[in-house]
Design a protein around this ligand. Structure first.
Ligand code: ZN
Length: 244
């Protein structure tokens, strides 16, 4: 199946590419202290099918939304394949992005494929890049495979790991109201899923106080996001009502 590329896309691509150039410069600065250890796992690239590749230059053969979503799920699963969640059972990490997809698509009826792809990919740069070069490589790969808007959303919800954890938490609250609408949706789903996890399958060794603090911080972020999406917000509020 083929999808015609909307005429308006070319102009907006240029705008987004300009914005991306700025983002890359920012992240280079942020990561100036990092050093390259190992190259990213190149086997991922060798076996990769080009269904989701935006760089093929053929305007008439962009993948369908469903193909892109499947490719994003496959890509995220490969990138996170050696990572585990912090709960007692050490769930496979990929369960987390899949939970975001469920909240957005199934529970909140959101159909914007860029938002859904970004939800699946939202932790790839933050959790899989070990240095600034890898961060840039992953960003370029996500843009090539899934498009500039998906990358932009992912970067908006990616924490700056060069600052302390406390500063990152503060930064999330401060940046929340400046996020694009699409990034707000991903952020709302992320916080909802995390609260559910803290109640039903908390990180190992988290005492009551830490679980409560997490709830209160997540609530601060969501209050700062504001009224972005009524259904998503009520899903968050339901999750928050279970505060331990
Ligand atoms: Zn997350």
């Amino acid at each position: 199946m083929t999808a015609a590329r909307p005429a308006s896309l070319a102009a907006s691509d240029l705008t987004i590419q300009t914005a991306r150039a700025a983002t890359l410069d920012d992240s280079r600065d942020k990561w100036r202290s990092g050093s390259r250890k190992n190259a990213l796992d190149s086997s991922l690239r060798v076996n990769w099918r080009t269904t989701g590749d935006y760089s093929n230059g053929n305007m008439d053969t962009l993948p369908t939304d469903l193909q892109r979503l499947a490719a994003a799920l496959d890509y995220a699963a490969r990138r996170h394949r050696n990572q585990r969640r912090k709960n007692e059972e050490q769930d496979p990490y990929i369960n987390h992005p899949i939970s975001l997809l469920h909240v957005l698509a199934v529970e909140a009826h959101i159909t914007d494929a860029d938002v859904l792809c970004a939800a699946l990919l939202h932790d790839v740069i933050e959790d899989c890049a070990r240095n600034p070069e890898e961060r840039l490589e992953l960003a370029a790969e996500i843009e090539r495979r899934f498009g500039a808007r998906v990358l932009h959303i992912v970067e908006e919800v990616t924490d700056d790991k060069t600052i302390s954890k406390a500063d990152r938490k503060r930064a999330q609250v401060e940046h929340a109201k400046h996020l694009t609408h699409a990034a707000k949706l991903v952020k709302l789903a992320d916080k909802t899923v995390n609260l559910r996890d803290v109640v039903h399958s908390p990180p190992a060794g988290w005492p009551l106080r830490r679980r409560r603090e997490y709830f209160d911080w997540a609530n601060e972020v969501v209050q700062a996001i504001g009224p972005a999406h009524a259904r998503l917000r009520s899903l968050f509020d339901e999750a928050f009502a279970a505060r331990p």
